[in-house]
Design a protein around this ligand. Sequence first.
Ligand code: GLA
Length: 392
Amino acid sequence: MTSISSAELLITTFGSGPAPQITKAPGRVNLIGEHTDYNDGYVLPFAIDRTTEIALRPRSDRTVHACSTAFRGVAELELPIAESTPTGEWHDYLIGILLELSHHVEFPHGFDVAISSSVPLRAGLSSSAALEVALALALTRLYGIGLDDVEFVRLCQRAEVEFVGTSCGIMDQYASLLAQDGSALLLDVATMTHRHVPIDLEDTSFLVVDSTVRRELSHSGYNERRRECQEALNWLRDTLPERRLRSLSELTMRELDDVKYRMPELLCRRAAHVVSENERVRRTTEALVNGEASTVGELLYASHASLRDQYEVSTPELDFLVEWGARNGALGARLVGGGFGGTTLHLVSSYEKRRYVEGIVDAYKRETGKRADVWGVRPSPGARQLNEEEDR
Ligand code: GLA
């Protein structure tokens, strides 16, 4: 959390000048559809009311100065960026985006940029996608680069995968750019098309409970799961050549059942998660359309069980938070994001919210000795440019 705005930070760091251009992009929680995006499946995230905000002012030379409320110091770069290696610092995201944009523009001038963010870092709420999308939106406008939405989100994803070095899927950037207020975004990754699904579950609230456990394993574990999915797909292609499978998401549970006694057990469980999770996304969408909060909740619990048992990306802390939810009246709960630490999402009765928050913080402390951070989230709009007079 931060209290200083990006515009204030810009002025205190770089001095006063013309009014800056302000751009905001949100973090996201994934309601359901975990580890399906890189298997060309379905995801159902919504943007949250935690955003990364950028204040940007052009310069007359070709220098870039960047600062952030989350990190100390000022990064200084010269345009055009020479091919470089990642520094391991936060401004790698900026370098990655600039390298990608260099395919579209010759950078006639530089800029000063200040960043402030209320998206918690490394909690599984896509602080990096929020940063990439806000930067890319501000810079495509600054340099007059026209990209369609899919090109835009792919550019942000490439900056992260190819420069920063995190092999993420496409969900986070897509949701941060295109989410709509009050809705989840149903994305079909195979076709890169989406539709908005209003979330109108009477008298319920979403809470995010951050286990505050950050595991280095999250990076290697994520890559390992991606590799295992590829191996499962290869095995299935060899075994069912007539199916010409392009992804695990094209498989049905019946087909998987037919081969499961021959398939390596671990690969079968990974595939089972993907196939069943896609089906849960479909059923959750239906339940949202029908306003069935209890069905949504059951599907969240089922997703967590699959992530824990079949996909094995949970942790004792995340399991504890979800199980506490089940014992204390949550309609549903599950880990969100890549797993191996991070946060859980809880769907609770709005009337019980306060008691629930106090109870879970207390129980988590007693169980683990750690502090859990809890806050309410609501489906919020995607990235946007703000006019100066707009309320920030
Ligand atoms: C991370 C990635 C996403 C997605 C999730 C798991 O958050 O950035 O693309 O793969 O993990 O669903």
